[in-house]
Write a protein of this length. Structure first.
Length: 431
């Protein structure tokens, strides 16, 4: 059990609650007066019932290799990546596909026959592989990506607004997209990032704006990660929408947020759209490995999206869900209260105890600056991937103290793998 005093990050404005909290302490849980509201299908709320399941929806798989009758290039690239990432992490620089030449380029810091032979022995359609010399391993580029992501606030202070960071494997560099209205701004960012992270390791692209814009508080359909959520009782109990997801039991589309935000069957509202739906599953119980809940979405398919707000009002597209948290990895958080903050994972698999003990929690910090505040609970934790894409990493759980310098979150693999939720984050790839 942790000795620090941690806080849940839901803003509670109700006067009675404020008085109670002032007497028994902010860390006390479930002191808000959350009046249960009618359940799903209630005529009083005008519910039409949750969205039906899609005819076919992919389930998560732990093994990313391609099977079946996939094209040989896909199989070769998948096999080479699967083997090299697990057995040659210090030399493997990634793969890229040249469809015109019908080959897969495998980048390696060591292109000796001994190294390439191991990969070929473990790859189907190995005749499609070509080996190229790399300066950086994928492991090194990802470490650099973590540094750059953690430095997001510092870079903004220098006039560089990074909107995406990802690997550009064909040139063995990180590809950094920055908001820029002129060539001069892009050039300045290119010089500065080259000085900070190595001109041979980064390439910079200026973008006029992100592909989509919305508003955390008053944005309309579709639902987007980072939206403000509140209850229907008038208590202004506010949290943040994490991700849109598909729930298998029951089969319905839902939004994910923190489990300590709302009680079972409670109606939850987004100011820009009205009632989102009712809480139908909650795993905020002692000994759980995640603090999360699902709110069944009412309406039609126009309410669904794989978008999430990165830096308000700009959005990114969730490409896939991460499966393994790693110390030293860069992560960012999207919350309606503190918008975008970024830092580095400092601890994994820890216990978070604020009256209810949650296992398997991940901690991230940004060197003492604020990462999170009350009202960010349930918000999206993610990584920038590049080209406007992000990966889903988790759901905001809590903070260390009033400074909010340490972010605690439930990892997405724990959130969706639990029997109580059994969900799948909506993403552009279905993974």
């Amino acid at each position: 059990m942790r000795s620090q005093h941690w806080y849940w990050l839901c803003v509670r404005y109700f006067v009675v609650v404020s008085l109670v909290v002032s007497v028994i302490g902010v860390g006390a849980r479930y002191v808000y007066a959350a009046t249960p509201t009618p359940g799903p299908g209630s005529p009083a709320l005008g519910h039409k019932g949750p969205l039906p399941p899609p005819s076919s929806f992919p389930k998560p798989v732990n093994d990313p290799r391609v099977y079946g009758n996939a094209p040989p290039l896909d199989v070769a690239g998948s096999d080479a990546t699967y083997y090299a990432e697990r057995n040659l992490p210090d030399v493997f620089g990634g793969v890229w596909m040249d469809e015109n030449a019908n080959i897969i380029h495998v980048l390696l810091k060591d292109t000796s026959a001994a190294t390439t032979g191991k990969i070929m022995q473990n790859t189907r359609h190995a005749d499609r592989l070509v080996f190229d010399k790399a300066k950086f391993s994928r492991k090194e580029l990802r470490a650099l990506q973590a540094r750059l992501t953690a430095d997001h606030g510092m870079l903004q202070g220098r006039g560089i607004n990074v909107v995406a960071v990802g690997e550009k494997t064909d040139i063995n560099k990180l590809h950094v997209s920055v908001l820029s209205s002129t060539a001069a701004i892009t050039n300045m960012a290119n010089i500065t990032l080259g000085q900070l992270y190595g001109a041979d390791a980064v390439t910079v692209e200026g973008v006029a704006n992100a592909p989509r814009k919305t508003d955390r508080v008053n944005g309309g359909y579709p639902y987007v990660g980072g939206y403000l959520l509140t209850d229907i009782t008038g208590n202004n109990h506010t949290c943040t929408l994490g991700f849109v997801a598909f729930s298998y039991q029951p089969s319905e589309w839902a939004v994910l947020t923190a489990g300590h935000c709302y009680v079972m069957d409670q109606a939850v509202v987004h100011p820009g759209t009205g009632v989102v739906g009712n809480v139908d599953k909650n795993i905020d119980v002692d000994g759980s490995s995640a603090d999360a809940e699902t709110i069944g979405i009412l309406g039609d398919e126009t309410h669904l999206s794989d978008y999430m707000i990165t830096a308000d009002p700009y959005e990114g597209t969730v490409q896939y869900s991460e499966t393994t948290p790693m110390v030293g990895a860069g992560v960012c958080k999207s919350g309606w209260k503190t918008d975008l903050t970024c830092g580095t994972v400092t601890e994994i698999n820890i216990d978070f105890d604020s009256g209810v003990r949650i296992h398997g929690v991940v901690a991230a910090s940004a060197g003492g600056t604020q990462m999170v505040d009350m009202g960010d609970s349930g918000g999206s934790v993610f990584k920038f991937l590049g080209n406007g894409y992000v990966s889903a990493e988790g759901i905001v759980l809590g903070e260390n103290d009033a400074s909010g310098s340490i972010l605690y979150y439930s990892h997405i693999s724990n959130v969706c793998a639990l029997q109580g939720l059994n969900c799948h984050v909506l993403s552009s790839t279905g993974n």
